[in-house]
Design a protein around this ligand. Structure first.
Ligand SMILES: Nc1ncnc2c1ncn2[C@@H]1O[C@H](COP(=O)(O)OP(=O)(O)OP(=O)(O)O)[C@@H](O)[C@H]1O
Length: 736
C-alpha cells in the first residue's frame, strides 16, 4: 500500500473542519489505492520537480504532494497541504523535494522562497543587548560561510543572513523561519558547539552523504528517513494516525517530529540502566513516552512500568501516552503485559498487596520485629514526636526532623539497619553531618522511638513502604517487569530505587531514567550506583529546550549559576549549555513597595494577559505555599480578576490557575506569574527551620531549584513580583 508522509505544511492556507475532513478522505483513499481515477493524482505542467502532483480533494480544493516511487512496488506520497485549485498549481510548480548534497537530508525547496528575514523591530530589546559583541556571533566563533555550507549543508541564503547576526536572540528568530534541522544547527553553533558536534547531534555522520550512483528516488527514500529529515517529514503509520493528524488537526509536534537525539534515545538499546539528563523543557518526558510506546510495540508481551515521583505526574503521563497512541495497551497491574503508568508509591502499595505472603519477612528485614499489618501512612509530625519521646540525648543541632528523616531514608533504610550495632558500623556516605558513636546512639534512640510508634499504629512512611516492597519482591525470587522507565529521577530516594531494581532483572534496557538534578526539590543528594542501579557510562544529556523562550531560559539558568549541582552519578551538572529554539519577551521583574501594591501589580499583569486574549487556564500563578495561593486568589478576586487555587494538577477551564511551585513540577503554562518572591518568603523560613548547618546548603539549593522549576514552567511569558527586598535566589538584572 502507498505510504503517506506528512511534509512541511506551513506554506498551505488554514482550512476549516469540513475541508480537513475531505483532505483526510482523499489521503485515506490514496493510501489504499493510488490508482483510483477519482483521486485525479496528476503531474503539473511547468513544474520544477517531476515528482510533484496535485490531487482532487473536492471541486474547489487540491492537495499538493510529491510522489516518490523508486524501485519499490508502492509509492510514497509526501503531503504538503491543500490549496484552492489555482493556488495549488502555482505552489506545486515551484516546489521541489531534494536530497541535500552534503548530508543526505530530504528538503523541501521553493523557487522564490518566502524571504527569510530578521526584523529587528520584532525582536525584543533586552537590557543585555548593549553587551552584544561588535563582531557577528558566528564569525567571532571562528565559522565561515563556506564551512557552514560545505561541511554542514546549510542553505547558503540562510547562512548569508546568519553570518550577520550579532544578538543570539536574532538567531532564534532566524532559526524559527528555517527548516527545522537547519534552525537547530544554527542555535547549536551559536551556543558554541563545533561543526563536528552539530553533525553528531543531528546524526549527520559519514554514512548520511548521498550515494552518487543511487537512482534519485531511492536516494530520496533514504533521505526522507534520515533522523534529521524526520524533524519535518512524518511517516503516517495507519489510518487512525492519519485521521487524527488531518481530520482532527491533532498534530502536536512532540508526537511526530522528534529531534534526532530524542529519536536516538527512544530507539536505542543499552546493555543495562541508562540515564538521560537534561534541563527543564528539553523533552525528557516526551522521550520516555515514545520509548514506552516503542518497547510495547516491539514486544506486546513486555511488562513495562512508566513511573515518576507522584500520582498526579503519573496521571499526566498516562493522559499524554493516550494522546500519543490511543491504541497502546495499558496495563492495570504490576506484571501485566503492556505499559503500566503509576506513581512510584502506588507501585510500592500494589507490590505489597501482590506479594503479601512475603510481607512479614520483608517487614522484619527492613524494620526489625513489628507487625506487618499496615493500615496508614506515618503522620507528618512523627519525627518531631520521636525527638520529644527520645529525651535529651540528642544534641540541639540534630533535633531536626529534616535531618532525621534524611538520615533514615538515605542510610538506615537502604542498608536495612535494624539494630544499634549495625547502625554504629554502617557507612554514612554523602551525609553532611558527621556522627561519632555517641551521636549515633542518640540518633538511634530517636529512630527506635519513631519505629516503635509506627509499629503501634500500624503505619509506614513512603520510604519504608518502598523498602518493604523491594524486600518482598526480592524474597519471591521473581522479577515481574521487563522494562522500567522513570521520570523525575532526581527526586526518588534510595528505597524507591531499590524497589525498581528489584522489580526488573539486570538485562538489556532494564531501567531508563530521565532526570534533572537542577530540579531536585524533594529528594536528597544520592549516588545511584549505591542502590544497585549501575549506569557505568550509559548517560547522555539533552540540551535543546522546546518549552521555554531563550529570554526566560537565560533568566531561569542564571538562578542556578554559581551553585554546585551534582547528578545521580555524582558528576557536576553544568546548565550553561542549555539553549532554546523559541524567542519572546524578556521576563518582567516587578518590585512593589507594599503587599497590597504587590497584589495590585499581580492583578494588572494577569488582567493585561487576559486582555491580550490569553486562554485563562493557560495562565499559571505560582506561589511558595498553599496559604499564599489561597490568599492570592482572594486578593485577585477583590481586584476583579477571577482565579482558582488548585491543589492537584487537574486544571479546570475558564480561570487562571494558582498552585504551589511544588505542584507545578512537570507542568507548563503559556504565561507564568510568580508572586511573593521576596527575601522573607523564598527560601521559605520553614524549609530551613531546624536544619543543621552542614545540611543548610542543600536545603537552600532545593529552594533555588524550586524557583528554577517555577520559572521554567512558562512557555511564552514570565513575570515575577515581590514586595521590598527580592529573594536572594532571584537574579538581579546584572546577573542575567
Ligand atoms: N521534538 C519536539 N518537538 C516539539 N515540541 C517538543 C518536542 N519535544 C518536546 N517538546 C515540547 O517541549 C515541552 C517540554 O517537553 P517535556 O515536558 O518532555 O520536557 P521535560 O524535559 O520533561 O521538562 P521538565 O523537566 O521541565 O518537566 C512540551 O511542551 C513538549 O511537548
Amino acid at each position: 500500500m502507498p505510504q503517506i508522509i506528512l511534509g512541511p505544511q506551513q506554506h498551505a492556507p488554514e482550512i476549516d473542519g469540513s475541508v480537513r475532513g475531505k483532505a483526510y478522505t482523499f489521503l485515506a483513499k490514496l493510501a489504499e489505492d493510488d490508482t483510483r481515477p477519482g483521486l485525479h493524482v496528476e503531474p503539473i505542467g511547468g513544474s520544477l520537480d517531476a515528482r510533484v502532483r496535485t490531487g482532487r480533494v473536492d471541486q474547489f480544493w487540491r492537495a499538493v504532494l510529491f510522489k516518490v516511487q523508486g524501485q519499490a512496488d508502492d509509492a510514497m506520497y509526501v503531503y504538503l497541504g491543500v490549496w484552492p485549485h489555482d493556488d495549488a498549481i502555482a505552489f506545486a510548480q515551484r516546489a521541489q523535494l531534494q536530497v541535500n548534497p552534503v548530508n543526505g537530508i530530504a528538503e523541501l525547496l521553493l523557487a522564490e522562497p518566502a524571504p527569510l528575514h530578521v526584523d529587528s523591530a520584532e525582536v525584543p530589546v533586552l537590557e543585555s543587548a548593549d553587551l552584544a559583541p561588535e563582531e557577528p556571533l558566528l564569525i567571532a566563533l571562528g565559522h565561515s560561510a563556506v564551512n557552514l555550507v560545505n561541511d554542514l549543508g546549510l542553505d547558503p541564503a540562510l547562512v548569508e543572513l546568519a553570518m550577520e547576526v550579532r544578538d543570539p536572540d536574532d538567531i532564534v528568530t532566524l532559526a524559527d523561519a528555517a527548516a527545522p534541522w537547519q534552525g537547530v544547527a544554527l542555535i547549536d553553533l551559536v551556543a558554541g558547539r563545533s561543526i563536528e558536534q552539530v553533525r553528531e547531534a543531528l546524526s549527520l555522520d559519514a554514512t548520511s552523504a548521498p550515494e552518487p550512483a543511487a537512482d534519485q528516488d531511492s536516494s530520496l527514500v533514504r533521505a526522507l528517513t534520515h533522523p534529521a529529515a524526520r524533524m519535518q517529514f512524518a511517516f503516517v503509520e495507519d489510518d487512525a494516525a492519519l485521521r487524527r493528524a488531518i481530520e482532527d488537526g491533532d498534530f502536536a509536534a512532540w508526537r511526530v517530529f522528534l529531534h534526532p537525539e530524542q529519536r536516538k534515545y527512544v530507539e536505542k538499546s543499552w546493555n543495562g540502566p541508562f540515564r538521560l539528563s537534561g534541563g527543564a523543557g528539553t523533552g525528557k518526558t516526551v522521550v520516555l513516552l515514545h520509548r514506552a510506546r516503542r518497547l510495547a510495540r516491539q514486544d506486546p508481551a513486555a511488562r513495562i512500568l512508566l513511573t515518576t515521583f507522584n500520582k498526579t505526574l503519573a496521571e499526566a503521563m498516562q493522559r499524554d501516552l493516550r494522546v500519543l497512541d490511543p491504541t497502546l495497551p495499558l496495563a492495570e497491574r504490576v506484571g501485566d503485559p503492556g505499559v503500566l503508568v503509576r506513581g512510584i508509591d502506588a507501585v510500592a502499595r500494589a507490590v505489597r498487596q501482590s506479594y503479601a505472603s512475603h510481607l512479614p519477612g520483608a517487614v522484619s528485614a527492613v524494620l526489625g520485629p513489628r507487625t506487618s499489618e499496615v493500615s496508614q501512612v506515618t503522620g507528618r509530625n512523627a519525627w518531631r514526636d520521636a525527638i520529644a519521646a527520645a529525651g535529651d540525648d540528642l544534641p540541639t543541632e540534630l533535633r531536626s526532623p529534616s535531618f532525621l528523616e534524611a538520615e533514615y531514608a538515605t542510610v538506615v533504610l537502604p542498608h536495612r539497619v535494624t539494630t544499634f550495632e549495625e547502625y554504629a558500623k554502617v557507612r554514612r556516605q554523602g551525609r553532611g553531618v558527621s556522627l561519632d558513636r555517641r551521636g549515633r546512639a542518640a540518633v538511634w534512640k530517636v529512630i527506635t522511638a519513631y519505629r516503635l510508634e509506627a509499629g503501634i499504629r500500624g503505619s509506614l512512611d513512603f520510604s519504608e513502604a518502598a523498602a518493604v516492597a523491594a524486600e518482598a519482591v526480592s524474597a519471591s525470587g521473581q522479577h515481574p517487569l521487563d522494562h522500567v522507565l522513570v521520570d523525575e529521577g532526581q527526586d526518588l530516594g534510595p528505597s524507591r530505587w531499590q524497589l525498581l531494581r528489584a522489580l526488573v532483572a539486570e538485562r538489556p534496557d532494564d531501567i531508563f531514567i530521565a532526570e534533572d538534578s537542577h530540579q531536585r526539590i524533594y529528594g536528597h543528594r544520592i549516588v545511584l550506583g549505591r542502590y544497585g542501579v549501575r549506569i557505568v557510562g550509559r548517560s547522555q544529556r539533552l540540551r535543546l529546550n522546546y518549552r521555554t523562550t531563550a529570554q526566560n531560559l537565560r533568566y531561569a539558568v542564571s538562578m542556578l549559576t554559581g551553585t554546585e549541582f551534582v547528578d545521580l552519578e555524582d558528576q557536576a551538572e553544568d546548565p550553561s549549555e542549555y539553549r532554546s529554539a523559541r524567542t519572546g519577551p524578556s521576563p518582567r521583574l516587578v518590585q512593589a513597595s507594599s503587599p497590597s501594591e504587590e497584589l495590585d501589580r499581580a492583578a494588572e499583569v494577569v488582567r493585561a494577559w487576559l486582555d491580550e486574549g490569553a486562554v485563562p487556564e493557560t495562565i499559571g500563578l505560582l506561589v511558595r505555599s498553599e496559604n499564599a495561593g489561597e490568599r492570592l486568589v482572594r486578593a485577585l478576586e477583590e481586584r476583579r480578576v477571577d482565579a482558582r487555587f488548585v491543589s492537584d494538577k487537574t486544571v479546570p477551564g475558564g480561570k487562571p490557575v494558582a498552585m504551589t511551585m511544588h505542584r507545578a513540577k512537570g507542568m507548563e503554562f503559556s504565561r507564568v506569574l510568580i508572586t511573593g518572591a521576596d527575601a522573607d518568603s523564598v527560601p521559605a523560613a520553614y524549609a530551613l527551620k531546624d536544619v543543621p548547618e552542614a545540611e543548610r546548603e542543600d536545603a537552600v539549593r532545593r529552594e533555588r531549584s524550586l524557583l528554577y522549576v517555577a520559572a521554567t514552567r512558562a512557555r511564552d511569558e514570565l513575570a515575577i513580583v515581590w514586595t521590598g527586598e527580592p529573594s536572594e535566589l532571584l537574579p538581579t538584572r546584572e546577573e542575567i
